[in-house]
Write a protein that binds this ligand. Sequence first.
Ligand code: 3HC
Length: 697
Amino acid sequence: MSEVVTYNRDGSIGVITVNYPPVNALSHAVRSGLLAALEQGEQDADAKVLLVVCEGRTFIAGADIREFGKPMQEPGLPSVINRIEDASKPVVAAIHGTALGGGLEVALGCHYRVALASAKVGLPEVKLGLLPGAGGTQRLPRLAGAQKALEMITTGDFVAAGEALALGILDAVEDGSDIRAVGLAFAQQIADAGKPVRKVRELTDKIDADKGSDVFERFRAGLQQKARGLFAPFKCLDAVEAAFNLPFFDGLKRERELFMECMASPQRAGLIHAFFAEREASKVKGLAKDTPVRDVRSVGIIGAGTMGGGIAMNFANVGIPVILLEVKQDALDKGLAIIRRNYENSAKKGKLTQAQVEERMALITPSLAYEDFSQVDLVIEAVFENMAIKKEIFARLDEVCKPGAILASNTSTLDIDEIASATTRPQDVVGMHFFSPANVMKLLENVRGSQTSDEVKATVMDVAKKIRKVGVLVGNCYGFVGNRMLHQRGAEAMALVNEGATPQQVDKVLTDLGYPMGQFAMSDLAGIDVGYRIREERRKAGENVPASWMDKLAEQGRLGQKTQAGVYKYEEGSRKPIPDLEVEQLIAAFRQEQGITPREITDQEILERCMYVMINEGAKILEEGIADRSLDIDVVWIFGYGFPAYRGGPMFWADQIGLASILDTVKRFHDTLGGEQWKPAALLEQLVREGRKFGDL
Ligand code: 3HC
């Protein structure tokens, strides 16, 4: 028998134990091991009831995703589960941790299910662009009914054990932490009561109750809104509906067909790439696994504005005390009031209790004195982008902070080495670039300076995990990875409008690609003055930054959502961008002033210019070692800028399109439009020459 699944007997219970770290995924060895152990248990005359239980941190967390895309090796999961359901003796699943995807499907194939109160169950396949393909769409509705099965399967959200019990997914929930003991006790009860095998596939009550209900149409309409552009949620719905329209085994067949359609979809490839990329990004290239990590038990934050306040919340949310520093009392009061309001809003939505709000507020101590930072383990500076001020602050931190404290800047563009030069400890200085709103956006772009120590790098990546962010370590350059690429896209979008496109046309191409908002809606959200100030600074520094119609907006005080007018106009209290005739006229006047005759611009040109300029820049970023791997860039864009995860990130997307065709287009733009941004990256040329992709690096 395979060593990852073992069989032994405990009294009258035959115990099938899965032990395949880290998450007991259903690899070929586990699937065949389960079959062999089941047969052994059936043949064991002294075993009255069989128990499936897992070692390690969790019950089976699903199919082994690493096997996807390779030839399937028998036995397939659906047949293993059918075989469990057909067992001659009752089979009990004992669940701890998370029973997910194929793992929950195995449990649904068992005849009874018991779980620890801390456990969770779910069918998250949709998040990987798939649907539950081993009977989950047919069995779950037989236990939980159409509404709940549709909710779980189309969102992929987990359900806590208590709720799963109430829904009928579980038969019992027990406190405690010893899953083997809990499972054995429950199985013994089944044996003592002489309970029969109970096949989920034979349960018909919930199917009969919901047959012909309008719930499917309601869900379909809802998905048109919520799952725009996605493939799998609609297939999930079709599969669940089949449970109500077809006999069980025909339903299983339909589920399989739909599963294979999802498996073949590019969205599945993109989402699975994103899944692994997120996890790989935390393993920094060149950083030894055993690099010591400093303990971060207290944090100081400078600046109680939107950014500083949001950053403070991240730490308070996980119980780490924060000292929040401002120069003036009123700024401090205002900042704290905003933090409180954010927490109160979460409480109103039922996400926090009032006691939790108070607990978190109590972890944030306001301060006006740098001396209060003398004992903190980490300081994050979050004042506005001005090098002179930042250097002053870091020099002050160098005086007051204890040795070994990490000094971080939340700068989104400035040179970390220059900031570090204001201190006597550049090895402890690092960038920690949060994304707005900092308490919501998942990305933490950690920036290494040339002297940042390995220990500090490892610590800031560890901090990202602790505060539940996705950390990516990148190199030091203007704008780092994210904003450096965004900057190119922004300049191109602006130029496209100069030449004849409308802002809404550009934005639509980007939202059609799957971004939650377009370039100009995003500028309005961030503030038109932000880009304006950056362009002005660069002009002052002697750079050739062409005049733009967006400068005119800023000069007229159209600063975006905050003034209810920017590239778009906004109704009172609404964030919905409305195209504005005044802006159209302003753009027309600007073109005239510049002697530009507007031309028709196709959506394809917009897509290529906005995206390929980013890809070319991404290639330069890789070439310079600012990002270690193309997956780091993908993660930055998915978690920091809402790039659609189902396209896997911009570099993965480029690989799918084909680098040769991208290079041809980049060269064409270089010839026709000119500009450094269109100069083909040497790495892009090299990869095309060698017939390789970014993902091969
Ligand atoms: N297959 C292969 N490897 C997996 C895996 C899976 N299903 N799930 C997790 N892993 C790996 C991760 O890549 C990671 O590997 P690494 O250490 O080399 O980076 C390791 O297990 C630990 O994972 P996490 O870092 O994510 O650990 P957490 O404790 O934070 O989370 C988890 C554990 C909640 C189980 C999370 O990993 C998860 O959500 N996994 C995916 C679950 C899922 O989507 N299951 C459905 C799979 S599709 C399916 O079952 C199809 C079926 O219907 C036919």
